[in-house]
Design a protein around this ligand. Structure first.
Ligand code: BGC
Length: 753
């Protein structure tokens, strides 16, 4: 009884707070006109970040008229204060605005792209990154971020795979929750907390053919078991808002989908916050074929959409729809209430200027501590894909290195996609990072070696912003010749190659996911010299790397590491940090294998090894990925004992413990991500060949051993069955523990109900 008291106190306190909020908002809404209520549903862009063709003009006037509820893409305390004053002092009811921005992997101090953050497998680092982003964003007057992006993606052609946490629903949920906690802190009322916005609801990552904004068509089983869990996890972590996605869900655009926004999100999952559309996604419902702007705006409101981003569909049509009986006053009120509640939860009615503090703006942005956190996160995000003959780490003194490639002396591309507040001039290039570590102790022979791409059409598409990708004055042949000359003078070649900033992210689908040809030609010319090549690979997605895997001595996958890129890369290349990142997406051998993911179902004719007639495989390629989910090497090596179980026959709610001993068998201290997978070989529906259920990241000195124990309960065996009931089924389970999804020790148990 005593134990229950604090809990019931907390519940009672929450109820009182909710009652207070409800009374305040009801009082306010009584005074509001229909126009003022509709104004709250209108989100406009301040123009500092635009991803569509429509923008908003005359924002100040709109604010003063009460026709705007929030602004995004506007930051800096001066800018924000002006608008907030216009709303608070210049309107009849003094309702504050909410200020949002795409703060995706840091605001000013840029952390690794989200896909890179996920490969750290370090939830504390991820939460810290989100918290630092929130601190910097609030220091510039913001109080709402359009993150986390939790869309599961199994298709590396899709450019936005870079913005999420990969292909695993359980791990995706863990990362989503860590980010929400980092952004929102202990209370959204805190001056350094922002409201999270979970996007893109829902299933956006399932776009057919990996083509941006394309149709999504999937079974309810796939939705519930594989695509929806991270959104739900973010909600359970307390996320204050959701963003609807561009795609259709079961044929109905998400933005106007009642099943999605009301039946699932609010009724089944109990979401209490507000839903904003994506950028003009409300207007785009017309292109999906559901009617004109008035019709689709009414549909979306009725479906559960509360705020309209940029397109002004709500602003320009809802009043007319109300007069014509196409929407009700109660429906408008409900949306308005949810937007006002968000402002209340952020503490904006108490103090609309709570995070408009020029002092914080001066002292809390891009601090040494923030940059250090970004560097450490980046180091943890790198995935060592190959390291033949222990070529890495490199020696810090003696010898010479040919440093080549279009990303070696480059600041712009260090940051990756979605860096609206990021200043690329302040990022550390790879050559700078290397010089910080080795000074003059190692001779560095630099040559650019190739352009990012020589393809003019491709370049034009990449250059949606000024000067993003450029052609060298030298011809491609001369550039390669320079790289070869630098390599001839050197003991080892470090080639910094891959994707530039604008090659992944929104509207950056690719049908060929290899390193661009210009860079491959350089690598092939260098390979002829027979000297060891270390590839430092920049990428916003899994790339096809079969040639590189066959010909390079080492490949260090660094994604886009952010502001501290060069320093982080140098720390790892020279062994100050031993890489520990593990993939959260499968790397295919060929684009023809896509979608390729580890938690696939078995077929009736499973593949074993090599193409065999009348099996589920290809004539021309194996089914296996080049690098599987969970894979990543270290400068040391780890040995796994067999699994010890506390029992092999269990019943009901018993707990299974599975233990392995992990040994650091190499010469360096290192971290290892010990992964637990379970498979359920006989069930009422076909189940994935294995599913990630838990992991532990451990640190081992050279020669050290540690026991790692996982506790497993029936909760982890649950799945949605064909009646969409979430439950577990008795039978045999195979517990698998190991270093990647493709390399585990296995043990069987029987679990009865
Ligand atoms: C993107 C969203 C983003 C929004 C606002 C859209 O194009 O899909 O992820 O939050 O723009 O910038």
């Amino acid at each position: 009884m005593l134990l229950c008291l604090p809990f019931s106190n907390a519940v009672a306190q929450k109820q009182t707070e909710t009652a207070k909020m409800n009374a305040f908002i009801s009082g306010l809404m009584k005074k509001m006109t229909v126009d003022e209520k509709i104004g709250q549903l209108n989100l406009v862009t301040g123009g500092m970040a635009i991803t569509g063709s429509v923008t908003n003009n005359g924002i100040s006037d709109g604010v003063k008229k009460g026709a705007i509820g929030g602004i995004f893409g506007l930051y800096g305390t001066d800018n924000v204060r002006k608008m907030q004053e216009a709303a608070v002092k210049g309107t009849r009811l003094h309702i504050p605005l909410i200020f949002g921005l795409d703060v995706i992997h840091g605001h000013r101090t840029i952390f690794p792209i989200p896909l890179g953050m996920s490969t750290t497998w370090d939830l504390a680092l991820i939460e810290q990154a989100a918290h630092i982003a929130a601190k910097e964003a609030t220091a510039e007057g913001l109080n709402w971020v359009f993150s986390p992006m939790v869309d599961i993606a199994r298709d590396a052609r899709w450019g936005r795979i870079s913005e999420g946490s990969g292909e695993d629903p359980w791990y995706g949920g863990k990362v989503a929750a860590a980010m929400v906690k980092g952004y929102q802190g202990t209370s959204m009322k805190n001056a350094d907390a922002v409201m999270a916005c979970v996007k893109h609801f829902a299933l956006y990552g399932g776009a057919e053919a990996g083509r941006e904004y394309n149709t999504v068509d999937m079974s309810r089983l796939s939705m519930y078991n594989y695509y929806l869990p991270p959104y739900k996890a973010a909600l359970e972590a307390g996320a204050g808002s959701f963003m609807s996605s561009f795609n259709v869900v079961d044929g109905v655009p998400a933005t106007a989908n009642k099943w999605l926004l009301t039946d699932l999100l609010r009724k089944q999952w109990g979401f209490k916050g507000f839903v904003v559309s994506d950028y003009t996604s409300l207007n785009e419902v017309s292109n999906h074929g559901l009617g004109d702007l008035q019709t689709v705006s009414a549909l979306a409101l009725k479906a559960g959409l509360d705020m309209d981003m940029v397109g002004e569909g709500f602003l320009t049509t809802l009043k007319k729809s109300l007069q014509q009986g196409k929407v009700t006053q109660a429906e408008i009120d409900m949306a308005c209430r949810r937007v006002l509640e968000a402002k209340y939860k952020l503490g904006l009615f108490d103090n609309p200027y709570k995070s408009i503090d020029p002092q914080r703006e001066k002292t809390e942005i891009m601090t040494e501590a923030n940059r250090k956190a970004a560097r450490i996160t980046a180091e943890h995000s790198f995935v060592l894909l190959k390291n033949a003959n222990q070529i890495l780490p490199l020696k810090k003194s003696g010898g010479s290195i040919a440093l080549v490639g279009p990303l070696a002396d480059n600041k712009r591309d260090m940051l990756g996609t979605w860096v609206i507040g990021g200043e690329w001039e302040k990022s550390v290039s790879v050559i700078e990072g290397i010089k910080h570590i080795v000074g003059d102790n190692v001779k560095i022979n630099y040559a650019r070696g190739s352009n990012i791409t020589d393809d003019a059409t491709f370049m034009k598409r990449l250059n949606f912003g000024p000067g993003m990708v450029w052609l060298d004055k030298q011809s491609p042949e001369d550039m390669i010749e320079d790289a070869v000359k630098a390599a001839k003078k050197s003991d080892i070649i470090v080639a910094v190659v891959g994707e530039s900033q604008s090659m992944s992210g929104e509207s950056s689908s690719r049908s060929d996911i290899s390193i661009p040809e210009s860079q491959q030609l350089m690598l092939k010319a260098l390979a002829k010299l027979g000297k060891p090549i270390v590839i430092v690979l920049f990428n916003g997605r899994p790339l096809t790397l079969t040639w590189e895997n066959d010909n390079a001595a080492a490949i260090l996958n660094v994604w886009a590491p952010g502001t501290e890129a060069g320093n982080a890369i140098a720390e790892v290349l020279f062994g100050n940090y031993n890489p520990s990142g593990k993939l959260t997406t499968t790397f295919p051998r060929s684009v023809g294998q896509i979608p390729l993911y580890y938690n696939h179902l078995n077929t009736g004719r499973p593949y074993s090894t090599g193409p065999t007639k009348f099996k589920s495989n290809y004539l021309d390629i194996s089914n296996d990925p080049l690098y599987p989910f969970g894979y990543g090497l270290s400068y040391t090596s780890f040995g796994y004992s067999n699994i010890t179980l506390n029992k092999t026959k269990l019943k009901g709610n018993e707990t299974l413990t599975a233990t392995v001993t992990v040994t650091n068998k190499g010469p360096y201290a290192g971290e290892e991500v010990v992964q637990l997978y379970i498979s359920d070989p006989a069930a009422s529906i076909s189940r994935p060949v294995k599913e990630l259920k838990d992991f532990q990241k451990i640190n081992l000195q050279a020669g050290e051993q540690k026991q790692v124990t996982f506790k497993i309960t029936p909760q982890q065996l649950k799945f949605y069955n064909s009646q969409l009931k979430y439950d577990w089924e008795a039978g045999e389970f195979i517990v698998q523990i190991g270093t990647s999804s493709a390399d585990t020790k296995n043990a069987k148990v029987q679990w009865a109900k």
